[in-house]
Design a protein around this ligand. Structure first.
Ligand SMILES: CCCCCCCC/C=C\CCCCCCCC(=O)SCCNC(=O)CCNC(=O)[C@H](O)C(C)(C)COP(=O)(O)OP(=O)(O)OC[C@H]1O[C@@H](n2cnc3c(N)ncnc32)[C@H](O)[C@@H]1OP(=O)(O)O
Length: 251
């Protein structure tokens, strides 16, 4: 898996340094605690031109911030000799164009000029829709998402729309499967909605590898309250490995 993660992050870097990547100055985070500043510059400081949506903003409530600080502190640990080394978790940066995650190719420049935007990152008002950050634990083959649901995601009165929940589960499991297996598409997504998610609340979305069989990667995913006491949804997903040309050209 580390090979895929390495490739994945290298893909981020090579595209982040591209002059084609546009700036969103309005979206900069102004006042952040020291640990947040540290993670903001690690390991992808070359992305300074693009807004990294996974960093804290003024809409994040105390629960989001507390959890963010907790997992961020586990991204870098100190050895007995006082040396700082990578910890069990890695934060994944997040941009509003999915092609920034691809590694390039002949079609990239044509597509990057289009108006396409990542579904979960296309609302500019902070806190209005999908506020989330993903952390990956390579050793445990787990991915954890801290998700704060904004007021534009209403379904049943006062609660989050089931489609918005499915979107987040697809995002977390899809990103996780990509890290595990390289380029994939969602082939199947099963969701059991167990209890509603109140608008404005923060929940944990946790994805784990179940098994790999040839081109198929099976992932399980649970959405729970932040203390784990309440299960909101349980789901399973199947991802099928594809050629990048399938993703870019539909072939
Ligand atoms: C996922 C991308 C993640 C990118 C992450 C980048 C970094 C992070 C960046 C940004 C985060 C955003 C993350 C967003 C994530 C969103 C993901 C989506 O929503 S993807 C859109 C919705 N999905 C589609 O539109 C697929 C449409 N379907 C297809 O294109 C094909 O059906 C495909 C590729 C899935 C499979 O087609 P074939 O022709 O390549 O392969 P065949 O032979 O049909 O299947 C291969 C094996 O899989 C089984 N299979 C296929 N579909 C199945 C199904 N629905 N149920 C059970 N088995 C299935 C088959 O039975 C076969 O199994 P046997 O090898 O024979 O054992």
């Amino acid at each position: 898996m580390s090979t895929h993660l390495g490739r994945f992050l290298r893909g981020f870097r090579s595209l982040g340094s591209s002059p084609l990547v546009r700036t969103h100055p309005s979206a900069r985070v102004s006042s952040r605690p020291a640990s947040v500043r540290a993670i903001a510059t690690f390991p992808l400081s070359i992305f300074s031109k693009s807004r990294d949506y996974s960093l804290p903003n003024s809409s994040w409530g105390p629960e989001m911030m507390q959890l963010y600080e907790h997992y961020t502190s586990q991204c870098e640990v100190e050895t007995a000799a006082g040396e700082k080394v990578g910890g069990p978790w890695k934060r994944l940066p997040s941009y509003n164009r999915s092609l920034k995650y691809a590694t390039g190719g002949v079609y990239l420049s044509k597509i990057i000029q289009s108006k396409a935007r990542l579904f979960t990152r296309n609302i500019r008002e902070v806190g209005a829709a999908f506020e989330y950050v993903l952390f990956v634990n390579e050793k445990e083959q787990r991915c954890l998402c801290l998700f704060q649901a904004g007021h534009l995601l209403e379904g049943p009165p006062g609660n989050v729309h089931g489609g918005a929940i499915a979107t987040m589960i697809d995002t977390v499991t899809g990103t996780h499967a990509t890290i595990l297996s390289g380029p994939v598409m969602t082939a199947n997504l099963n969701i059991n909605y167990r209890s509603p998610i109140p608008l404005g609340s923060t929940v944990l979305i946790e994805s784990a590898l179940e098994k790999k069989e040839g081109r198929k990667t099976f992932v399980t995913c649970k959405v729970t309250s932040t203390n784990g006491s309440k299960v909101h949804t349980e789901s399973t997903a199947l991802f099928v490995s594809i050629n990048v040309s399938h993703l870019l050209l539909g072939q």
